[in-house]
Design a protein. Sequence first.
Length: 234
Amino acid sequence: MQRILIVDDEPAIVAALRERLEREGFAVLVATSGEQALAMLAESPPDLLLLDVGLPGIDGFELLRRLRAQGLAVPVILLTARGDEIDRVVGLELGADDYVVKPFSARELAARVRALLRRAAEVAALRAQVAAAPALPPAQLQIDQARRRASFRGIPLDLRPREFDLLALLASHPGQVFSRDALLRQVWGQVGFLDARTVDVHVRRLRAHLIAIDPQAAELIQTEWGVGYRFVAP
């Protein structure tokens, strides 16, 4: 049975979500603060996290930042009363997978949960394919799928989870051009909700990591104008 952790301090919302999700066949856990959620996540990560932004103490954005910094790739749907675009962008940049503005329908949210879990399973399968791809020359770029670590010219790369997944996918298919939509589908598991600029931002970050080690490494990830990106094996 898949486990959903609700992190929200509003009893009415928690009760409605718990009832709907349990009716859908999910096991539901509840945390009413960011601190409690961190402890529960450290003990046993759920299959998906429903995270309220406006939590007391450690708010949803800070909690999400800590999770992604620790390398936890659990899918996250943010729940918030804020509708400003900047809040949505911040949430997505921190690693949220979906974003729902209150008030919302518990039935619709349950549908989003099912869809996101399906996408997460597809992404896991794609990661397995990437892990099975031939390794790149060890003197240049090393990618350790088991530990989710990467290094370039022997120097560790401090990558966020999505940056690692993006690099691993591109590097496992040297020379192949991936459109932005294809990268959104294979790395983020979705197309439509996220803006294609999300890919551009992550590519810029990857290039910055590589250039910091070798200025000529900017050419490792090349832009195919009007299409997307390709990785050129060193």
